[in-house]
Design a binder for this molecule. Structure first.
Ligand code: NAD
Ligand code: DAU
Length: 354
């Protein structure tokens, strides 16, 4: 079996659902259930004996030691993190706590477990760390896309904490020989995405008749990847990745934010037209920019294609349509994640940016 951390969040839950749909191998899913973790996303696995959910912190060494000893996983996949850049600007401490200290403690527990394995299991074991393209910093309009050789130049508390975690993972391989793999992925989108991030926030606000807040001039560029393609890349790296190596994962879909927002509006105009017949575009509102806002990210995913034969299955057009349709069909999931804590966050973030 495998142990997944952060498997009640956006990407982790998509990964667990896909994994269990495609392989017979059991999953122990450890998640702290912060505001971003949601068991409703995993409701379809309630009676699946192959899914064991444990609420807990990756920094709780006693718990992790116990889970490793009890379940004897052949791999640990670390998705758990504080993941939202804007939240990291308002309150960086949780990011250092989970992304840096939590990853350190998890690595130490895994190292202890791995050291005690029999030679064959020890050789087969993998620790896969899920990271981000944001560790490479910001590109100008003409810079080439990030390769695995780019320098780390993180600019936000979030990306700095993820960069620190990547360095720890690298060092645990170099110093202790822990069999690690790291993936650095671009912006994901798709089902079960928490509506604090750009695409789900725009869909949810549009349908609620609220403003669509675009930071600054809306010309910042992100490279979008449908979440299920990220999951397939992780499966591929787990299966065939070279120990100690990093793999960039991206969708070859660079787009300025305003184009994303316009596309979401156009799809909603088609699929769920406004009662007054006007376009959702009328709700677009330019607001104060994010402090330290990175201008452009772009991923060169050639290494993953060349060495492991991975390519994304979705284009942006197919993926974004599926995503908008998913949100239209899952109004109850959205309602349930919009708890009191979510409303407090939205008030704090967008009142300050207005
Ligand atoms: P998310 O915020 O939706 O989910 C994070 C999950 O981790 C939540 O379920 C949360 O409860 C859990 N968690 C937080 N702290 C924890 C702790 N201390 N112990 C155990 N569980 C904890 O994030 P996501 O978007 O699914 O991102 C998952 C991973 O992928 C993160 O490591 C993130 O840095 C990385 N990543 C995300 C993107 C993206 O576009 N969302 C892109 C590249 C990489
Ligand atoms: O690049 C990978 C990263 O992508 C991941 O590591 C992060 O976990 C993930 O949150 C994401 O970070 P971003 O900051 O790029 O994503 P976000 O959805 O917050 O913002 C996308 C772009 O949209 C960014 O340029 C900021 C802008 N934006 C965002 C929000 C929430 C707006 O213009 N308005 C908004 O209200």
């Amino acid at each position: 079996m495998i142990l997944v951390t952060g498997g009640a969040g956006f990407i982790g839950a998509n990964f667990v659902l896909d994994w269990l749909a495609q392989s017979g191998e059991a999953v122990v899913n450890l998640d702290k259930l912060t505001y971003a973790g949601n068991l409703e996303t995993l409701a379809s696995l309630k009676d699946d004996p192959k899914h064991v959910f444990v609420q807990g912190d990756i920094g709780d060494s006693e718990l992790i030691d116990r889970l490793l000893a009890e379940h004897q996983p052949r791999a640990v996949l670390n998705f758990a993190a504080e993941s939202h850049v804007d939240r990291s600007i308002h309150g960086p401490e949780d990011f250092v706590h989970t992304n840096v200290l939590g990853t350190f403690r998890l690595l130490e527990s895994v190292r202890g477990y791995w050291s005690g394995l029999a030679p064959e299991s020890k050789q087969a074991f993998r620790f896969l760390h899920v990271s981000t393209d944001e560790v490479y910093g910001s590109l100008s309009a003409t810079d080439p896309a990030f390769t695995e050789e780019n320098k780390y130049e993180p600019n936000s508390p979030y990306s700095a904490s993820k960069a620190a975690s990547d360095h720890l993972v690298r060092a645990w391989h170099h110093t202790y020989g822990l069999p690690v793999l790291t993936t650095n992925c671009s912006n994901n989108y798709g089902p079960f995405h928490f509506p604090e991030k750009l695409i789900p926030l725009m869909i949810v606000n549009a349908l609620a008749g609220k403003p669509l807040p675009v930071y600054g001039d809306g010309m910042q560029v992100r490279d979008w990847l449908y979440v299920k393609d990220h999951c397939s890349a992780i499966r591929r790296v787990l299966e065939g990745g070279k120990l100690g190596e990093t793999y960039n994962v991206g969708g070859w879909n660079e787009k300025p934010n305003i184009e994303i927002v316009n596309t979401v509006c156009a799809l909603l105009d088609e699929l769920r037209p406004r009662a007054d017949g006007r376009s959702y575009r009328e709700q677009i509102t330019y607001v104060t920019d994010r402090p330290g806002h990175d201008r452009r990210y772009a991923i060169d995913a050639h290494k993953l294609e060349r060495e492991l034969g991975w390519k994304p299955a979705e284009t942006f057009d197919t993926g974004i349509r599926k995503t908008v349709e998913w949100y239209l069909d899952h109004a109850e999931w959205v309602r349930n994640v919009q708890s009191g804590a979510y409303r407090d966050w939205v008030k704090k973030q967008y009142e300050a940016a207005a």
